[in-house]
Design a protein around this ligand. Structure first.
Ligand code: PHE
Length: 454
């Protein structure tokens, strides 16, 4: 197949080296996208809620059996179509309808980014509080967290992280996205290892490790399986056009199969190490691992305050979280940026400035809905923030995953050639995409959107 870099349609830039990843840069950027708040903020508390080690095993199975095939499908579509998450689908199928489905994932990425930035902002605030020691002047961390949310600080930090994200993307794929991931990911690994050693050397860490690694299968249910699958999708950044968009910047010589494996291992290793930090820490200090979204911002500060050199370790922990969030935000912002550049022919600079500001504005109600400034932003039993998370993570994301799965499994005949797998792997991949993934993803969708209940 002729490489479309040569024939042109990649945002109208013919053969533009600035808009391509190197092989290692691509893998790091994709790992950066996958590794994010999901691994460190969401994964530990859902693991706590749904049965510890048994849940972790389910997560690994879902990641391998469904997550990786869909990840490869997204990469293949991106590289084959060489467009944004909508035009790639149109180009490869010759049908506008697929582009419409793709467009929904682009909207999804934009909206996820709008509230993801709010949480990313919290991490920077908490890093500052920790390093300056202010975090430990308090005793009631739940109160501290709700007072913080009632102030204007979350909006300030949300603005800062959006600016940082825009600042990286404005420089382009090679000089921006790739370069920053090459700095941030090694930094992330070092921080992760330092914190892991710290957590595991705490006295009594074993109990937390056991909770995380000793499975109790009686805790498993159909519900935990669906939550695990939904999280495998979120964690690999699937269904939001992010991986598809990155795929468009990948060289034809890159083995997509190996890249998929590397991204999967990277994401899993990170989740594993995050568990080894969070569970021992919470157990040693007698905190509740299943307490929900407040785990990282409420329970962990209490642990850091009691730990020797807690200000430093706490600060490093929140910096780690901020790095992880930033590399995911970069991949999310690139999705709509790629779209508007191609659709309207705008320059990268203009597209990034416009979408960064727009996304900040769209995120404002999310940030404000968690304080007491705007009670009207809570309706139907959920805050605006929770609604955004609910709609994106539970409806748009599984639907986006389903679209890609069906597209590669049934609609696009050139997928096998583009993926470049050997016969045996190809058969397995197609089998998963045609028969296994769609059914499971549909179940997740029905369950997480509330249509199917247990
Ligand atoms: N994978 C990211 C995380 O775990 C979230 C994300 C989802 C990023 C979808 C991009 C697209 O935090």
């Amino acid at each position: 197949m002729k490489d479309q870099f040569q024939s042109g349609p990649l945002h109208g830039k013919v053969n533009n080296k600035e808009e391509r990843f190197s092989s290692s840069g691509f893998i790091l950027a994709a790992i950066g996208s996958a590794v994010g708040l999901g691994n460190m903020w969401k994964f530990p508390y859902i693991t706590g809620q749904y049965g510890g080690a048994a849940f972790f095993m389910l997560f690994v199975i879902c990641l391998l059996l469904v997550g990786l095939p869909v990840l490869l499908a997204e990469l293949t579509v991106g590289r084959g179509g060489r467009g944004n998450a909508s035009t790639s689908l149109i180009r490869l199928s010759g049908r506008k309808l697929w582009g419409g489905f793709g467009f929904i994932t682009i909207l999804g990425a934009f909206v996820i980014l709008s509230f993801y930035a709010v949480v990313a902002g919290w991490t920077l605030h908490y890093a500052m509080l920790s390093f300056t020691g202010k975090l430990f002047e308090h005793k009631d961390y739940a109160l501290l967290f709700s007072n913080f949310n009632a102030s204007w600080m979350p909006v300030f930090w949300q603005f800062i992280v959006m600016l940082l994200t825009g600042f990286v993307i404005i420089r382009g794929v090679s000089a921006g996205i790739e370069k920053f991931n090459k700095i941030l990911i090694p930094g992330l690994v070092i921080l992760l290892l330092v914190l892991c050693v710290r957590a595991l050397s705490l006295e009594g860490a074993g109990e937390g490790v056991a909770f995380f690694l000793k499975p109790d299968f009686s805790k498993l249910s159909a519900e935990s399986a669906l939550v695990a699958l939904g999280h495998a999708f979120f964690s690999l950044s699937l269904g939001m056009g992010a991986i598809m968009t990155y795929g468009a910047y990948v060289d034809k010589r890159q083995s997509l199969g190996l890249a998929t494996l590397a991204i999967g291992i990277g994401d899993l290793a990170y989740a594993f190490l995050a568990g080894l930090i969070i569970f021992p820490t919470t157990f040693v200090y007698g905190l509740e691992a299943s307490q929900g979204p407040g785990l990282v911002f409420v329970a962990l500060p209490a642990a850091f305050s009691a730990m020797p050199l807690g200000a430093i370790f706490g600060g490093l922990f929140f910096v780690l979280l901020a790095f992880a969030a930033l590399t995911s935000m970069i991949s999310l912002l690139e999705v709509p940026v790629a779209f508007v550049r191609e659709a309207f022919g705008w320059s990268r600079k203009f597209s990034v400035v416009l979408l960064t500001l727009l996304c900040f504005l769209v995120g404002l109600p999310s940030a404000l809905s968690l304080g007491d400034k705007a009670p009207w932003l809570t309706f139907g039993g959920k805050s605006f923030f929770d609604w955004m998370d609910f709609v994106c993570s539970n409806i748009v994301l599984p639907l986006g995953g389903l679209v890609v799965t069906l597209f590669v499994g049934y609609a696009w005949k050139g997928a096998a050639e583009e993926a470049g797998l050997s016969t045996w792997w190809l058969r397995l991949w197609m089998f998963m995409l045609r028969y296994v993934a769609p059914i499971l993803v549909l179940l997740v969708f029905l369950y997480s959107s509330g249509i199917l209940t247990f």
